[in-house]
Design a protein around this ligand. Sequence first.
Ligand SMILES: Nc1nc2c(ncn2[C@@H]2O[C@H](COP(=O)(O)OP(=O)(O)OP(=O)(O)O)[C@@H](O)[C@H]2O)c(=O)[nH]1
Ligand SMILES: [Mg+2]
Length: 545
Amino acid sequence: MACTAAARSSSGNGARKRGDDQDGWLSWNDAPDTPQLKTGGGSGGEETDWRSEVRGLAQSLRSQSFDSDSEGTEWDSAWDEQRERCFLVGVQLKQQRSRHGYSVHESLEELGRLADTAGLEVVGHTYQLLDDVNPRTYIGSGKVQEIMAAVNSTGASTVIFDDELSPGQLRNLERALGESVRLCDRTALILDIFSQRAATREGKLQVELAQSEYQLPRLTRMWTHLERQSGSGQVKGMGEKQIEVDRRLLKGRMARLRKDIEEVRTHRRSYRERRAAAPIPVVALVGYTNAGKSTLLNTLTNAGVLAEDKLFATLDPTTRRVELPGGKAVLFSDTVGFIQKLPTQLVAAFRATLEEIKDASLLLHVVDVSHPSASAQIDAVNRVLEDLGVENMPTLNVWNKVDACADPAVVQAVASRRENTVCISGLTGEGLPDLMERVSAKLQDSMVGVHVLIPYSQGELVDEIHRTGVVSSAEFGPTGTEVHAHVPLALAQRLGPLRLATAAAVEQQQQQQQAAAAAGDDGSWDSVDEEEWARLLAAEEAQLR
Ligand SMILES: Nc1nc2c(ncn2[C@@H]2O[C@H](COP(=O)(O)OP(=O)(O)OP(=O)(O)O)[C@@H](O)[C@H]2O)c(=O)[nH]1
Ligand SMILES: [Mg+2]
């Protein structure tokens, strides 16, 4: 991928030009202040806008990684000579904070963290205020010249743009900035990180397919390269032929990748089916990258999942058994984190992996509540969940990293006023007992209440109810075990014929049937029974929504 080739040797002097506030070189300290914490008491009982509350509660971490930028003079000593240097470019659209609810400052800071995760050294950044991005070059021509000057003075070998560049923009910028500068956009950078980090065969195949999809329309770059080398129309023709060959090769490779992925998925499906055969409720941890999902899983289970202060630490799902209060077992499943402007190729590639979420009984939406962009991150995650069609699943909002907030007590107070929200620190373990209680209660809410009489000949069903449901009472009678419990919908459906309420209804119908038959009416009660069942199941399903 374009962003990780060997570093160009360079000895930039680090002098940095500073421009005006709107359209010049930035330091993170130029960014508007994060709103101050509210320290007042209650909200007067009304539901205030949670976004502004969360934003207000977030402790600004903004300055941490870019403090050295404050005077713009200390950069030389801080540069790591071993790492490829990169320069970041963003666009702030007028009228809008941004299309994604992020300011350009927040988005560029995140791009810097992505670059750092990919192993690059960020040496500068700039943005431009525009009505819309320039369709030809993303930014204006004057800005391109400024970037050239900055690249020369900082010794950056790579320029990274904060949005996905169209093939045309990429080509035009390549022409404008010259061969010596490597161009990269947010999508290519994220794909690059994924390819560095994918550990399982399925993950690697998915990322390679996503990369190929990104590359296919951009193969024209080779044409530009050949044309530039020769400066003659003859080689341009040769270049075109070469592109056709390359496209064919790439398409063939993509077809093979899709076939391999399908094979791997068949294995995954059979694993899931086996798990469904002995159902234990699955609780899926979802959330923005770096929110603390893996840390939470590790604290709960000693799972040993890699958790670190890098974006996209986890790419492959990990599932671990967790015991709830009362000894009941559930499975916690860690998933890949989301990010704003998530490349569409990756959503498509990871859709199958994320299908696991659909099998879950409960989602825990983990939020880094100490992050200045917490509310925008919540929105970004909700958009992906909608995209996956799971936005209506039972969900508990887990406000994590409360220990890193300036005033944890205030955050706790806000969370306690909100429905389905619990405050924790996955790192220190604070709030975890409460979280487990809430998971238990929520799982029970998402299950169906049943009252059944299980004949002793079907004793294994009693075990299954204990394993997958929440049992209120179980009494041994003359013919079997009478159980009051909440169980997953699928099990409730299987238990249907053993329901005591239904048995009574059937008995009553049978008596009515016999009475009707005696009166010469031949109506069948079987059909009535089916209707009754359809109503029951519809009611159960409605209970789940
Ligand atoms: N202060 C504090 N830091 C935390 C907490 N939970 C996680 N972290 C830190 O946040 C960083 C990211 O944690 P991870 O658990 O890797 O985050 P993740 O959500 O799994 O991230 P991805 O796998 O990238 O999606 C690590 O440096 C953790 O130590 C917390 O409760 N408090
Ligand atoms: Mg993780």
